[in-house]
Every structure is written in C-alpha cells, then in structure tokens.
Design a protein around this ligand. Structure first.
Ligand SMILES: Cc1ncc(COP(=O)(O)O)c(C=O)c1O
Length: 425
C-alpha cells in the first residue's frame, strides 16, 4: 500500500489486520508473553525468528524414531535420516530462486562462508583483494581477514571496505559499482550482505554480480538478513556462492542449521580446492569407506558431516509455512507493514530520531534502523521491559523488524506509540 494511503490512529491498524490475507499465519506461531501475560510485540525476527507451533511435532517424530529404532532410524525411520537433509532441498531452492542441485543445508553460516572461501577465494599476487561492507557483521569481517592472512596477504592492503559517503548512513549502489570498475582487476572476491544487518539496506545483487564478473571477480553473498525476508533469484543473478543462517527470518530455532548456494556452473568443477568430509562424498560409494574423496555434484559436494536431524526437523516446520504462504505474498505484506512503520514514525516529525534505512521499498527488507540521538539504549531496555522486543546496535541504532508471517499492523502501531512516549520522557 502506498504511504499516502496510510492513516493515523489505532483503528486503521485494526482495519489493515482485518483485511490481511496472511493474518491467519500468526496463529501458527508461539508468540512470547509480555509481563502482563498478553502477547509480546515481537519485532525481533531479524535476530531470532519465533517458533512455529508445528516444530514440536516434527522434532518429536525424530525423537520417536530414535527412541524406537536407534541406529536403524537412518534407514527405517518415517523419514530416514540418511537422505533427511534432502527433505529441505526443494523448498530451499524455491525460497532463494535456485535449482535444487545448487542448494544444501549444512553447518552454520560462518562455517559455510569459510568453506566457500576455501574454494572461491584464490588470491594471486595481482588479484588478492576482498570487498566487503565496512559495516559487515563482525563474523564476516573476522572470516575474510583470517582468510586473507591464511593466504599470506595483509588485510591492510587486501581488504576493501565499502563506506557510505560523507554525511550518509548507507552505501550507494553506484559507489559499489564504481569501486568494482576502478579496482576490479585486483579484486579476487566481492562478499556483500544481501541485506546489511545494521542499516537494513538491500544491495542490488544482480548488478553487483554482473559488474564483478565483468571484471573477473568472484561474487558471493551473505544472505543472513535476506533469506526469508526478500525474494531472491540466485540462479538468475548468477553469484558464485551464497550462504545464510536459518534462525532469523527463517524461524529454524537458535543455532539452526544454515543454507548454502553454489551456482551450477561450479557444481562439477572437480578440481576446485575444497575442504572435504564424508558427507560430501559421492553417495553411491560413501559406505565403501575408501580413502579417496570423490565429491558429489552440486552444492551437496561441499558437505562435511552428517547433519543434525533435530535441527533439520525444526527447519522443515518453518519451511513448510514459507512454502504455503509464498515469499512473494509475504514480501507484499512486508512492504506494507514496514511502510506503515515508516509512515507512523514520520508522522512524529521528531528531531530525536531518524530512519537510516533507505526510503525506497525495493532498497530495504522488513527492517527499519532508527538512529536515536540520546538515551537509545535505555529506551530499548524499557521497551523490552514492557514486552516490546526489538534490538539495539551500538552506538545509536534501534533495529525494528515487523515480520509478515506473525506481526500485525496493530503491533506496529503499538510499538510506535510506546517508542514515542518513551522518547518524550
Ligand atoms: C550478517 C551475518 N553474518 C554472519 C552471522 C554469524 O552467523 P553464525 O553465528 O550462524 O555463523 C550473523 C549472525 O547474526 C549475521 O547476522
């Protein structure tokens, strides 16, 4: 809905909820309780998504098979554990716009980023640089710096950190393309977040990929804040790899198993260097227990270990819901919910805070990052005490993310009402 069509007042929020075709999905989630026992206002799905009620059944099924079958659960369980991770392949591919052979669920996010860099960051004396956002999540910064050092280079000369221009809070897409045009010949890898965790800015992944490839660079994305938040078309956009976690927008539960994409053009590059483990070995000969590694084709060839079934089971519950709701439908509601949040905040005309997330819906996901002039941390803590959960990023950012699967327009309205009241105190 266009911002001009939004209205002030709680009754408007109620009307929006009343005609929301996705509203019923909220009932499929456990909503944490606030201090007075009523539903909390949970705007923190960018950090940890809520638990689908169906998770318990999925996990209990696997506990039951373990209880009754022991090791035989690998072959005789209701959903045999041996190929269990494949139960997630179709829906994962659908969610990120990939072919099934291009995706796999495995490990956790930082581990997958390292595994991808083992294969795809292959610096030479002429081409050794990695491009990241200067505000990339710390784990990504540690990971790329450690990879640079591992190859005998120095982050001081081999790391390009993209910064917003003076007096700006987000990086301009054209600045990224200019850096690639200028420095491309010395860049080995461009590794950006699809959505920046701090500003909520969406990068133009198709344009970055195209520009990077035109200069001979490898392009990868950290999609921690993009998967399940915005529609993705990874196969078509063509990055070499991507990785994401499943505990934020994807509601897989704390520490849930992560996802990984390897473009199909690399799926049979047998000579790529890669760290190997038995679960990535050709499945037909895996149990011959031979000494030599023969990778499976596609993303599955990067697996190391047999995966945690209970975590996969929890993720299945959530992926079923995404499949049912459809990411395009969710995005449509998300644009409206976030636009409504922006509208209500703008109505305050307050100098005490500003929204740093881009104003164009196509340049952001569900999250608005609100820069607060004074006492922001205290306000965030007070909101939490009142059962309104968002999160704080030093030094001055409140990150608020209404989720189309379980948040309401009324949640957004009540958040703004309390936020403004606390700002005024
Ligand atoms: C953008 C981004 N990258 C990496 C990570 C690290 O994820 P993990 O602890 O699952 O490796 C996070 C975690 O929040 C993140 O937001």
């Amino acid at each position: 809905m266009a911002a001009t069509a939004f209205q002030v007042g709680e009754s408007f929020a109620g009307q929006m909820d009343g005609r929301d075709p996705l509203a019923h999905f909220r009932e499929r989630f456990h909503i944490p309780r606030g201090v007075d026992g009523s539903d909390a206002i949970y705007l923190c799905g960018h950090s940890l998504g809520l638990q689908p009620k169906s998770v318990r059944g999925y996990v209990e099924q696997e506990l039951k098979d373990w209880e009754l079958l022991g090791v035989e659960g690998h072959f005789r369980g209701k959903n045999p554990w041996m190929p269990y991770h494949r139960l997630l392949t179709e829906q994962t591919a659908e969610l990120v716009g990939a072919n099934p052979s291009e995706v796999v669920v495995m490990n956790s996010l930082t581990v997958n980023l390292h595994l991808m860099m083992v294969s795809f960051y292959r610096p030479t004396a002429e081409r050794h640089k990695i491009v990241i956002e200067d505000s990339a999540f710390p784990s990504d910064q540690y990971a790329v710096k450690s990879q640079i050092r591992f190859h005998g280079f120095d982050p001081v000369t081999s790391l390009i950190e993209l910064r917003p221009g003076a007096a700006e809070r987000v990086i301009r897409d054209e600045d990224i393309l200019n850096v690639i045009a200028r420095e491309g010949d010395s860049i080995a890898l461009i590794l950006l977040g699809g959505v920046n965790y701090s500003s909520g800015q969406v990068f133009d992944m198709a344009a970055v990929t195209k520009a990077g490839h035109a200069k001979g660079c490898v392009v990868g994305f950290d999609l921690a804040h993009a998967a399940g938040n915005i529609p993705l078309h990874l196969h078509e956009w063509g990055p070499d790899f991507a990785a994401w976690c499943s505990y934020k927008y994807l509601n897989g539960g704390p520490g849930c198993i992560a996802g990984c994409f390897v473009h199909e053009r690399h799926g049979k590059e047998w000579n790529l260097p890669r760290f190997a483990g038995w679960w990535g070995h050709d499945q037909d000969s895996r149990f011959q227990m031979g000494p030599d590694f023969k990778p499976m084709p596609g993303a599955e060839g990067w697996q190391l270990s047999n995966p945690p079934i209970l975590s996969l089971a929890a993720l299945r519950a959530s992926m079923e819901i995404f499949h049912e709701a459809g990411i395009e439908n969710l995005r449509e509601k998300s644009v409206s919910l976030t636009g409504y949040l922006e509208y209500l905040l703008d109505q305050q005309h307050s100098p005490a805070f500003s929204i740093i997330t881009p104003r164009q819906p196509e340049r952001r996901g569900a999250q608005l990052s609100i820069r607060i002039q004074r006492n922001g941390r205290v306000i965030c803590d007070k909101l939490t005490d009142e059962g309104i959960l968002c999160d704080w990023r030093e030094p001055d950012i409140l990150r608020v993310a209404p989720m189309p699967l379980y948040n309401t327009f009324t949640d957004v309205y009540r958040f703004v009402e309390r936020f403004v009241a606390l700002l005024g105190k």
